[in-house]
Design a protein around this ligand. Structure first.
Ligand code: ADP
Ligand code: MG
Length: 532
């Protein structure tokens, strides 16, 4: 029973009350406003130069790549113009050594190589046609690029954006650490490596995954009003929302279209309350932060996202294991275990190493509501090499995991509620045409009842209006958000490109030739001017 009592104590330390939620929302709004007013605040509130959201009628073939945190995805997207799309993709795990490579080039060369493999596999015809063309047509300005794929580059790390396809890396998060890349334009880094491989690809837009999620949700969601917020709960957490241009008080350097009166803002809310004004701070939060690559930063993310929840749980479990007064994952003999076999933890169990518990097992724990918890107990064996855990052990594990995840969901609601209140849309919407929010990420997608826990917390927020009020908020999964969303931003960016400079070059050259009164030059035979 000592275990049960100790578990209760631990669980109570993760309680995040209704009152806490309201204090959180108030502080979140304050830090949002601070970020809109000046640079260098905890929440960066980065203008994205995207000034509108799509309505579902957009068309065309685009490429998108997504450097998320765990995987690198390459896709091509055909937008059908009727809120539907066709998407082809490949996904590869990012090698751990590249996350901490010496130079940016090492990582970006790997990314470009994956793009090449994708094109060779899925767009061979287009690829070969391009190779043939580029051997014939070029100008001093470079190759004629009308056959070039416009690519949206989803780069889910904090960047200082200065244009639709320009942005310098502010800092790495999520375990990446390549100092060489900090301060550099990540689009240029990717384009350089793409060009070295002579790929028919133009990095047309720099996309934060949250903005992509917002755009994708807007393109696909039902109803006439676009989405107001795109949010990620995956390896990391972040959100982008539609803000009134007038509310952005700090200076913006890049060009943008001000006619919509709106601008999508990337909050970088992972850094909300780095100063810990209101965020809960258990001994395990403190330990996790201390051992992280960026102590004192991403403090909200460290309590909310997939990368960290498993680690918080692990630190709690380690503490419980060290507590002599209780028995967790150990039996004196097989008789004391309902599985009639002695419990033990393998010496090589990843429970003893940092990041050794994947948050995915918390979903298994939450989903297993059988009296014997046999699924969870099997999972403890297969993934953590904890052999023959008893029912009591599994119950303790489930309770702690549930508490950590529940706190995360309620903290997620703080961000969502604050942004919904900031947009002011609740006043004008109904349950039939609600405020629409797109979410993406394995945590929100796979953790059972994560969205239900969010709604439970939303309903207690002052200004939301209880359970009925919360019904005027709709949270939908924006599947493949980074792919379709990035394609949509590449489409917007392609529309903003300066008119074809190549054609101007050829026209001038033709005029020069004619004024020299040389032999007549065929009107449309630009190939004749090929220089290589
Ligand atoms: P990314 O953030 O790289 O785009 P994901 O959205 O897939 O990728 O998020 C990966 C994170 O989600 C990892 O931290 C992982 O631990 C966590 N995760 C993966 N599967 C699950 C699951 N079934 N339940 C909860 N968390 C999960
Ligand atoms: Mg993702």
């Amino acid at each position: 029973m000592a275990l049960e009592a100790e578990t209760k104590t631990v669980v109570s330390k993760f309680e995040y009350t209704d009152d806490d939620v309201n204090k959180g929302v108030e502080e979140f709004l304050r830090q949002m406003h601070e970020g809109l007013a000046k640079d260098g605040t905890s929440m960066s509130q980065i203008p994205t130069y995207v000034t509108g959201v799509p309505n579902g009628t957009e068309r065309g073939l685009y490429m998108a790549v997504d450097l998320g945190g765990t995987n690198f995805r390459v896709c091509s997207i055909n937008l059908n113009g009727d809120s539907t799309f066709h998407l082809t993709f490949t996904k590869v795990a990012i090698p751990k050594e590249l996350m901490v490579a010496k130079t940016a080039e090492e990582l970006f060369a790997f990314l470009a190589k994956q793009i090449e493999l994708f094109l060779r596999t899925h767009h061979r015809e287009h690829f070969e046609k391009h190779i043939r063309r580029r051997m014939t047509i070029s100008s001093p300005l470079g190759f004629v690029d009308e056959e070039v794929f416009r690519l949206g580059f989803t780069f889910s790390f904090p960047v200082q954006q200065s244009g639709i396809n320009k942005g310098t890396l502010i800092r790495w998060t999520k375990g990446f650490d390549i100092p060489d890349a900090v301060g550099k334009d990540v689009c240029a880094l990717l384009q350089q490596e793409v060009d070295k491989l002579h790929l028919p690809v133009k990095v047309a837009a720099l996309v934060n995954d949250t903005v992509g999620t917002l755009m994708a949700r807007s393109y696909t969601s039902p109803g006439k009003t676009g989405a107001v917020l795109g949010a990620i709960f995956g390896t990391g957490t972040n959100g982008a929302y539609v803000e009134k241009l007038d509310n952005i008080k700090k200076p913006m350097t890049g060009e943008y279209d001000s006619s919509t009166g709106d601008m999508v803002v990337n909050t970088e809310w992972g850094s909300f309350d780095n100063q810990l004004n209101i965020l809960p701070n258990t001994p395990w939060d403190i330990a996790l932060d201390k051992a992280s690559v960026n102590p004192g930063f991403q403090m909200y993310e460290k309590r909310v996202s997939g990368m960290f929840l498993g680690e918080i749980l692990r630190l709690v479990i380690l503490d419980l294991l060290q507590n002599k007064a209780i028995s967790l994952f150990k039996d004196d003999n097989s008789a004391s275990n309902d599985w009639k076999s002695t419990t033990n933890i393998a010496a090589h169990s990843s429970i003893y190493t940092q990041w050794g518990i994947d948050t995915a097992i918390m979903s298994v724990a939450a989903a297993d509501n059988t009296p014997e918890l046999s699924t969870l107990r099997q999972e403890l064996e297969s993934t953590l090499h904890i052999y023959s855990p008893s029912l009591d052990d599994a119950q303790a594990f489930k309770a702690v995991a549930g508490a950590v995840a529940r706190r995360a969901a309620r903290l997620a609601a703080v961000a969502i509620a604050a942004i919904v209140l900031q947009t002011g849309h609740l006043a004008t919407t109904t349950a039939e045409d609600p405020v629409d929010i797109g979410v993406d990420g394995s945590l929100v997608e796979h953790y059972p009842y994560f969205r239900d826990m969010i709604f439970e917390a939303l309903a207690v927020v002052d200004g939301v209006g209880g359970v009925e009020g919360a019904k005027r908020i709709r949270i939908g999964i924006a599947k493949d958000g980074s792919g379709v969303g990035a394609a949509l931003i590449a489409l917007v960016a392609a529309g903003m490109e300066k008119p074809a400079t190549h054609n101007e070059y050829f026209r001038e050259l033709r005029n020069d030739v004619q004024s020299l009164n040389l032999a007549a030059v065929p009107e449309d035979n630009e190939v004749a001017y090929s220089s290589d």
